[in-house]
Design a protein around this ligand. Structure first.
Ligand SMILES: CC(C)(COP(=O)(O)OP(=O)(O)OC[C@H]1O[C@@H](n2cnc3c(N)ncnc32)[C@H](O)[C@@H]1OP(=O)(O)O)[C@@H](O)C(=O)NCCC(=O)NCCS
Length: 157
């Protein structure tokens, strides 16, 4: 996993260009590669917070297969992930999300990490559970039923 870099714009464009990938995210596709490039070039979380979402790349080929990471959002740290559909079901989200929680707790000393998902997004909820996040509450996001999961850093309470 590594920080986003300028050349990732094209990957972001193609990732978000699949309606199946965006189905349970509330995001929209980029209009074109330029718009995706702008998003990457304006991505300021690493500078502002010292962490953010990270690119997930295959170790042997360096291929960008998606992203996973932490986002400071309204005083809460959110765990999120998104992968190209051809790489779903291979354990990459679970592997990278576990690494983010571990890094967030041991290196960044974050106190609590949350994860949100639409109830219909079974795969996403499963990933949160595999990272030991536990169900906190139901809520409605953008008019649709969703769940909030969380985990506290017991080494830093
Ligand atoms: C959600 C997402 C990141 C999961 O990625 P992934 O790499 O396929 O996840 P994993 O392979 O680590 O699988 C996680 C678990 O979910 C299970 N799972 C996968 N798809 C599932 C489905 N449709 N229904 C139920 N469980 C499912 C897997 O079997 C696995 O459980 P297991 O280890 O007990 O077998 C991926 O589907 C994705 O990118 N979706 C689009 C973006 C998105 O919705 N992001 C989350 C927004 S909240």
């Amino acid at each position: 996993m590594r920080e986003f870099e300028s050349l990732d714009g094209v990957h972001f464009f193609h990732l978000n260009n699949n309606p199946e990938v965006l189905k349970y995210t509330g995001d929209s596709a980029f209009k074109n590669i330029d718009e995706a490039n702008k998003f990457i070039n304006n991505y300021s979380d690493y500078k502002l917070n010292g962490y953010g979402r990270w690119a997930v790349c295959l170790k042997d080929t360096n291929e960008f297969i998606g992203w996973c990471g932490l986002k400071l959002d309204n005083y809460e740290v959110d765990l999120g992930f998104r992968f190209f559909q051809k790489y779903w079901g291979l354990g990459y989200a679970s592997e990278s999300a576990k690494a983010c929680v571990e890094y967030g707790f041991s290196k960044l000393k974050i106190k609590k990490i949350i994860g949100r998902a639409y109830i219909k997004n079974k795969a996403s909820i499963k990933v949160l559970q595999k990272c030991n996040l536990v169900f906190e509450k139901d809520f409605v996001y953008d008019g649709k039923p969703a769940v909030l999961y969380s985990i506290k850093n017991d080494k830093n309470s």
